[in-house]
Design a protein around this ligand. Structure first.
Ligand SMILES: Nc1nc2c(ncn2[C@@H]2O[C@H](COP(=O)(O)OP(=O)(O)OP(=O)(O)O)[C@@H](O)[C@H]2O)c(=O)[nH]1
Length: 313
């Protein structure tokens, strides 16, 4: 029997809030410890700001939240719930403009999605999860194993192809990833497929040679279809903290990132990095990864994320 929309929403909420448990509970515990001891004063606000910085929310947002907490509350007793509710409101304000679903333009056949990011950020896994989602929506999906550096990455993508019943275009290890992308688009076009997801090798954002190679992949894709790639998704690992900010800058410069996916939010107490990113770069955030399983990719919504990070049930 199919789940009702309410049931589905509830299960996403549970997954999201349990995924962000490490962030929300370390934030919640620290706030609870602070507020039970004394009335609100400047020192307490500074302590609250430190807690927010430790969750990687970034200096601007942390300062704004602590100012909002202080507003009209000096010399009064304050509860942890008061603080959490201010955190949720302020975080939602920052996130609302960037929370945008990934729109697949059905007129593009295939709609080409290039997936980029540093090593181990979760690109291949995210592609697998996206393939499952898109095929579940009735779209015909193809995967391209553009991470030609690592044989294991090619194998991993093939496994996702089998799991999601999506054809996989792969070359030999070490083959040219730009020509693989070219072949994949041509094949997907011939077969009139809906979505082509192209994996790329992980690269550090400060390695010029590898970043140039990524630029070439984009150039070659445009030769087949000048409007492609239709989406360039940067996959960011939440556990890297502030380094995510420089990853966004470098990948955006090289590949023209159109949206973000943040993975491993289940494995960190610093999920606030997404808020710092939204504040600084204003790039759309489409999905968040909260586990390794095929269903562990949640569409990104500002209110749910804000409540989950603040630990509001
Ligand atoms: N906990 C958790 N683990 C994840 C998530 N997404 C990916 N992973 C794990 O992170 C590890 C790296 O993921 P990959 O998908 O191989 O990363 P990649 O970016 O393709 O790596 P390279 O091929 O080295 O560039 C794997 O063990 C994944 O199972 C997530 O949202 N949560």
């Amino acid at each position: 029997m199919n789940d009702t929309p309410e049931k589905t929403k509830l299960s996403w909420w549970r997954r999201l809030s349990s995924g962000l448990k490490r962030t929300s509970s370390s934030l919640g515990t620290a706030v609870a410890d602070l507020v039970t001891k004394r009335k609100l004063d400047r020192a307490m606000l500074e302590d609250i700001e430190d807690v927010l910085l430790r969750a990687d929310l970034g200096t601007e947002v942390a300062a704004r939240i602590s100012a909002a907490v202080g507003h009209g509350r000096y010399d009064k007793a304050i509860s942890a719930d008061d603080v959490k509710s201010v955190v949720a409101t302020e975080v939602e304000t920052v996130l609302a403009p960037v929370a945008k679903p990934l729109e697949i333009d059905g007129a593009q056949k295939p709609f080409v999605i290039l997936v980029v990011g540093v090593n181990g950020s979760g690109k291949t896994t995210t592609i697998g999860k996206l393939a499952a989602k898109f095929s579940g929506e009735g779209r015909k999906v193809m995967l391209a194993a553009g991470d030609t550096f690592r044989a294991a990455a090619i194998e991993q993508l093939k496994i996702w192809g089998e799991r999601t019943k999506s054809p996989v275009i792969a070359g030999a290890q070490g083959s040219d990833s730009a020509s693989l992308a070219f072949n994949a688009i041509t094949a997907a076009r011939e077969q009139k497929l809906d979505v082509l997801l192209i994996d790329t090798a992980g690269r550090l954002q400060n390695k010029a040679e590898l970043m140039n190679e990524l630029e070439k992949v984009v150039r070659v894709i445009k030769k087949v279809d000048a409007s492609a790639p239709h989406a360039v998704l940067l996959v960011l690992d939440a556990t890297v903290g502030q380094n995510a900010l420089s990853q966004v800058e470098a990948f955006h410069r090289t590949a023209g990132v159109t949206g973000l996916v943040m993975t491993k939010l289940d494995g960190t107490a610093r999920g606030g990095i997404l808020v710092a990113l939204a504040e600084k770069h204003k790039l759309p955030v489409h999905f968040i990864g909260v586990g390794e399983g095929i269903d562990d990719l949640a569409p990104f919504t500002a209110l749910d994320f804000a409540k989950a990070i603040a630990g509001i049930e």
